[in-house]
Design a protein around this ligand. Structure first.
Ligand code: NAD
Ligand code: UDX
Length: 471
């Protein structure tokens, strides 16, 4: 098969950036160029100061430091990178549609189509086009049609360009992206041309054992990505559904999770009850799966998966609602300290974070919220709230304050809500926090991370998700 020497990746986001950085690190013989239309993002990827990379991931700075300028490049010159490359990854965003047909459900593929048209227009020689973005099953067919029927030298014509399309979904989780990329459980490659498949297998074979590289047909590969995310999210909604029952019955969801997780058929991972899953993928991909099932008339299939989302919405709402009920049915004018805003620890990503929805609920109850998150910027927190369009920007800035010190956040607070499982929260001086707060001092631990016995002894009134009020 063809030896790949130049790769281009369109989209320098949470997936394109880290994925290409690791490919470049592990394949010093391949030139990898990551392009994006967002100039600010590319400038940040090129920043001398590795603390300023646009994506925070443990270990990513080291990988970028090793490869950048050697065989890893970040650029806004999309056409040039496409022209040079033998293999082009498409890693642009595929958000839920906010308009028209499939609004609120289907994946918006306009960015994907723009990429395909651009590749078709620019390509002068054969290209392998790799779907890295998460896409609805059968998107490769649309890509093929665009690539082969637009552009200056359509395939099939004299001197026409040949495009091979592969599906290579990404399974990394944020917060552990570098680890996941270095040692993936599996790499999945779907395609119909064995030579093109082999060319991509050879790239990954630089560091991934052959047994961990799976090849399938294109449709299986596309659908496996949506399926994996649906199964993972379903586990979280399942344990969260039980967390509510635990709170009513005196069972402890963490003990239940341990008890069932030791069954090797169930397994211990992804059984942590929480204030609700967030992130840019789970909700978007399940909604997309539901939409696809509906479009084939499979209504029972659609309803089954939709319940995972409904349960998650319920979990966020009931956490917020419980704060109001516990604080004597009113939080109006009360200061609530938020510990954490990111959708999980070790990332600066806030997309679909449960914190946003809990905050929105409490702001509707006229609470005053002070947020501390070790990695999320003030600008991002306001942007997340403004995006909801529940109240105007001025109001959001009046009711919400962002601080860079947890003790400042909790000073004179009526209650603390833990929204993200950052490790540092456990290590705080909780006696000092207790002394700073108003009494009674309430803690609502939406991640079950704090030491309940220790906190109880300091005098806190503590509620833990899946356990209930226990102090
Ligand atoms: P992102 O929004 O962080 O990055 C996408 C980038 O693509 C943006 O910087 C945007 O400017 C750029 N872009 C859009 N259109 C472009 C164009 N025509 N030309 C050049 N650049 C363009 O998104 P992400 O989180 O990296 O996700 C990308 C894809 O990967 C999505 O399909 C997502 O579902 C999938 N995915 C994400 C994760 C994750 O953990 N975030 C994991 C697996 C898969
Ligand atoms: C997910 C998939 O794990 C990954 O394979 C895919 O490529 C992208 O989507 P990500 O969203 O980055 O990754 O993080 P993940 O670790 O899956 O967590 C998603 C959400 O579920 C987070 O809000 C997390 O806090 C929550 N979660 C996860 C729980 O509440 N309990 C758990 O047991 C696990």
């Amino acid at each position: 098969s063809k030896k790949i020497t130049k790769i281009c990746c369109i989209g320098a986001g949470y997936v394109g950036g880290p994925t290409m950085a690791v490919i470049a690190q592990k394949c010093p013989d391949v030139k990898v160029t990551v392009v994006d239309i967002n100039e600010k993002r590319i400038a940040a990827w090129n920043d001398e100061d590795l603390g300023k990379l646009p994506v925070y991931e443990p270990g990513l700075d080291k990988v970028v430091e090793e490869a950048r300028g050697r065989n890893l490049f970040f650029s806004t010159e999309v056409d040039k990178a496409i022209d040079e490359a033998e293999m082009i990854f498409i890693s642009v965003n595929t958000p839920t549609k906010t308009y028209g047909k499939g609004k609120g459900m289907a994946a918006d593929l306009k960015f994907i189509e723009l990429c395909a048209r651009q590749i078709a227009r620019v390509a002068k020689d054969d290209k392998i086009v790799v779907e890295k973005s998460t896409l609805p099953v059968r998107t490769a067919q649309a890509l093929k049609s665009i690539l082969h029927n637009t552009g200056s030298s359509p395939a099939g014509k004299e001197g026409g360009v040949q495009f091979d399309i592969l599906s290579n979904p990404e399974f990394l989780a944020e917060g552990t992206a570098v680890e996941d990329l270095h040692a993936p459980d599996r790499v999945l490659i779907g395609g119909d041309n064995p030579e093109a498949i082999q060319a991509l297998v050879d790239v990954y074979a630089h560091w991934v054992p052959a047994a961990n590289i799976l090849t399938t047909n294109v449709w299986s590969s596309e659908l496996s990505k949506l399926t994996a995310n649906a199964f993972l999210a379903q586990r979280v909604s399942s344990i969260n559904a039980l967390s509510e029952l635990c709170e009513k019955t005196g069972a402890d969801v963490n003990e239940v999770a341990r008890a069932i997780g030791t069954d090797s058929r169930i397994g211990p991972k992804f059984l942590k009850a929480s204030v609700g899953f967030g992130g840019s993928c789970f909700q978007k991909d399940i909604l997309n799966l539901v939409y696809i099932a509906k479009s084939y008339g499979l209504h029972e299939v659609a309803d089954y998966w939709e319940q995972v989302i409904l349960m998650n919405d319920h979990q966020k709402r009931r956490f917020a609602d419980n704060i109001v009920t516990t604080l004597y049915n009113t939080v109006s004018g009360k200061k609530i300290a938020f510990l954490g805003w990111a959708f999980k620890k070790d990332t600066n990503d806030t997309r679909e974070s449960a914190a946003i929805h809990v905050a929105d609920y409490l702001l509707n109850e006229q609470a005053e919220i002070v947020v501390y998150d070790p990695k999320v910027t003030e600008e991002q927190i306001y942007a997340d709230l403004d995006y909801l369009n529940t109240r105007d920007e001025k109001e959001n800035r009046k009711l919400v304050t962002v601080v860079n010190d947890p003790y400042k956040a909790t000073d004179e607070a009526h209650a603390i809500a833990v929204l993200t499982e950052w490790d540092e929260f456990r290590a705080y001086d909780w006696q000092r926090i207790y002394d700073l707060m108003l009494k009674p001092s309430f803690v609502f631990d939406g991640r079950a991370v704090l030491d309940r016995e220790k906190l109880k002894n300091f005098g806190f009134e503590i509620y833990i998700i899946g356990v209930g009020s226990c102090g």
